[in-house]
Design a binder for this molecule. Sequence first.
Ligand SMILES: Nc1ncnc2c1ncn2[C@@H]1O[C@H](COP(=O)(O)OP(=O)(O)OP(=O)(O)O)[C@@H](O)[C@H]1O
Length: 274
Amino acid sequence: MQSPSTFAGSSSSGKIILKAENLSVYYGGTPALRNVTLPLLRNHITGLIGPSGCGKSTLLRCFNRLNDLIKGAQVKGRVFLDGRDLYDVGVHPVEIRRRVGMVFQRPNPFPKSIYNNIAVGLRVNGFRGDIDGLVEQSLRQVGLWNEVKDNLRKNALSLSGGQQQRLCIARAIALQPEVILMDEPCSALDPISTARIEELLRELKQKYTIAIVTHNLKQASLVSDRVAFFDAVIGEGGNRVGRLVEYDRTEVIFQRPNNPATRDYVTGRRLQAL
Ligand SMILES: Nc1ncnc2c1ncn2[C@@H]1O[C@H](COP(=O)(O)OP(=O)(O)OP(=O)(O)O)[C@@H](O)[C@H]1O
């Protein structure tokens, strides 16, 4: 497993932008994720894979302090965004969530017009510039502009599932985040919509850093530059506790993983947690 501060080149691409360090998460005092150290590299897509319940979504939520909103959740350890600990006193979670956006499993547009799905977030975040221009630019970036430009006042819920998910991505990127977290963003979509999102991810990484949780190993191998494999072990209390097993370049994880547990998972020999 590599852990240098820079993985590629001298530009900012490939440098660590976000990093979990010795991160553990508890729900109601019960550990769910233990001692994870994981750097995300700028302009890279990092795939988070592993069996159900090993803490992938939990980790994702630590990256923008969404776990703060879960009663009984406790985070120990540190998460650095551009070198600053997100959990430091004085860091405002709302500002963090603007810089680190999130797209969820099920498309969740607001029951508002297509236009307002994007404009509302901009207004709430105090954006004073050209809202129309930014709505158009965001919709163009996700390849939705030509499909919706004549119907911007139509309710977003009238769009197809794939279009709704692209609108949710547009809503996230309109706020010009540095990182986009995606929690199984294609699991509710048909294969054509999924392929469009996968293509979009490869375009978006030119501007953004992306972490994506996926159960679809083909997707993880297609879109990710690096992959983190998680597993769960039985903790002292008899519950499963997630851990990071291996993190490396995608081809290493899928073709010559170092850990037998990774090999068993990526070859389909074992898909459940221990
Ligand atoms: N809000 C919550 N309250 C209590 N326990 C939770 C909560 N969210 C997750 N957990 C527990 O934390 C552990 C890790 O769950 P998490 O959803 O992060 O795993 P995951 O790897 O993303 O699973 P999946 O692949 O099924 O989505 C599980 O044991 C789960 O029951």
